[in-house]
Design a protein around this ligand. Structure first.
Ligand code: ADP
Length: 484
């Protein structure tokens, strides 16, 4: 079986969030199950030269983006036995950031069409193209409406994974013709039309053979008005083809036993004792007093999704607790400014590192006693999974994947691997943090929690198998089609 992952970011080449982690680790796992899986993504200017130097150009052609004929080169790179294809066009991708430009619609319209046009040049016709998030949402739509008449494309099936329904790629109606040379007939409510515009993600939701999202709870949530981002109606219609498969984490990267960023590696058996060295290192690095007050961290995009309004709402009360807090994040200026000013006020117990720093993230997970993730919504969330692996006990809101991976500690039954609260309410969050601080002082409870957290199996193996089954189901469907 042959599968092509089409994705906008991928570890270790480039990352803005969990999507890149998934794209970097899931293909390796699927490959282990005997599938020929390859990945195609943009060649961004900001990818490190270490990787760029190892890329080999294997094809050059032009891609039509509406009336424009755009240059396209495909460069190849192999890592962990997985082949990566990089779509090279400097005008679109050689920029300072990955996203956030006025012409993002055009950039990913180009990318989507480059993916489809690349197949004959690569002599690789996959059984399944697995697309991720809005950037690649038009691929299933274009495949079924524009390309399926080509013999080699006719049996290709598509899977579309929703990593975050909030970002949809909404573009003016004119984009239909201007970016895709598609006729106006596709501007209808059953296809691309979305409140007077077109919507890339909707393209995938109506055209992909299977739709997945990254946790069972989020799958249910997105079919409701509250979480559905105005696409819940479409998702409801596709219910039969929709499934929720929880993400895993890459055990080769997120492993406290051998991660090179840590000052002190540790495993379950010695975590209690050795995690402390990581905590002291962090306290020193951030000029915090080396006390035994619990160290809580947040490592996150600074956006409303991540529940930062709750943190802001009770910040002063939180600072009255015997706690140290470090936030590592970047994002909305309102939150960046807020945390900077709080550091000014509470510098003895609160620090903010505004930026993106992968190795610091590892050190913080390792040094932390607690990890706070009070998201408003959370498709899956990787932060809490990494925290668990590093013995930092998560405090989360019960939504999406947080609900599926963190079970609140129950002192009666002695079950649970973290702490959680139900309502999106700042004082509920504060009460839950206080509850965690109470149990932190009970050393036997805390050491059980650390062990339980670190022993959880958050690897990809089970989920990779579920994706593999999904692909196999589609392959059988297309074989049946050919036999007819
Ligand atoms: P999302 O994909 O919504 O941003 P996830 O929890 O799924 O959230 O994944 C976030 C990933 O990005 C985690 O691996 C987390 O450690 C990492 N991360 C987030 N912010 C930063 C940052 N400022 N510096 C380093 N790593 C970060």
């Amino acid at each position: 079986m042959k599968v092509l992952f089409a994705v906008s970011e991928c570890v270790p080449f480039i990352k803005s969030g969990g999507l890149a982690d998934v794209a970097g680790s899931l293909p390796k796992e699927i490959k282990r199950l005997g599938t020929d899986v390859r990945v195609i993504m943009p060649k961004y200017g900001t990818i490190s030269d270490t990787y760029k130097q190892g890329m080999k150009k294997i094809s050059e052609f032009t891609v039509q983006v509406g009336w424009r004929n755009q240059y396209c080169a495909i460069e190849e790179y192999t890592l962990d036995h997985v082949t990566f294809y990089f779509v090279d066009n400097e005008q679109y991708f050689s920029r300072g950031r990955m996203y956030g430009y006025d012409d993002d619609g055009e950039r990913f319209a180009y990318f989507s069409q480059a993916v489809l046009e690349s197949l004959p040049r690569l002599s690789f016709y996959p059984d399944v193209i697995h697309c991720h998030d809005w950037h690649t949402g038009m691929i299933p739509f274009l495949l079924t409406r524009k390309y399926s008449w080509r013999k080699e494309y006719a049996s290709i099936k598509t899977v579309f994974t929703i990593h975050n329904l909030q970002f949809q790629g909404i573009m003016p109606r004119e984009a239909l013709h201007d970016l895709f040379s598609l006729e106006d007939k596709y501007f209808n409510i059953e296809e691309l039309e979305f409140y007077g515009n077109i919507n890339f993600m909707k393209g995938a939701l109506v055209a992909a053979d299977k739709i997945t999202t990254v946790s069972p709870t989020y799958m249910n949530e997105i079919q409701t008005d509250y979480f559905g981002e105005r696409l819940n109606g479409v998702l409801n219609k596709r219910k039969a083809d929709l499934s929720g498969i929880v993400n895993g984490i890459d055990g080769e990267i997120y492993n406290p036993e051998n991660n090179e960023c840590l000052v002190q590696n540790f495993r379950v058996s010695d975590a209690e004792h050795l995690k402390l060295k990581n905590k002291r290192f962090i306290q020193e690095k951030f000029a915090l007093p080396k006390t035994d007050a619990p160290l809580m961290t947040m490592i996150t995009r600074l956006t409303k999704q991540k529940g930062l309004e709750l943190v802001r709402g009770v910040f002063h009360e939180l600072m009255h607790e015997d706690i140290q807090l470090i936030v590592l994040g970047t994002g909305d200026p309102e939150f960046e400014d807020f945390f900077r000013s709080m550091e000014h006020q509470y510098g003895g117990k609160f620090k903010a590192y505004i930026g993106f720093d992968e190795s610091l993230a590892h050190q913080l997970y390792a040094g932390a006693d607690l990890f706070l993730m009070p998201s408003k919504f959370e498709p899956c969330g990787l932060g809490q999974l990494i925290a668990l692996a590093y013995g930092a006990i998560p405090i989360v809101r019960e939504t999406g994947g947080l609900n599926d991976t963190v079970l609140s500690y129950n002192e009666v039954t002695d079950e649970g691997n973290g702490f959680s609260f139900t309502n999106f309410n700042a004082h509920d969050m504060l009460a839950t943090i206080r509850r965690a601080l109470f149990f932190y002082k009970q050393k036997d409870v805390w050491s059980t929690l650390i062990k339980r957290a670190m022993l959880m199996n958050n690897s990809w193996s089970q989920s990779a198998y579920k994706y593999h089954q999904l692909y196999s189901e589609l392959q059988l469907r297309s074989d049946a089609h050919v036999l007819k």
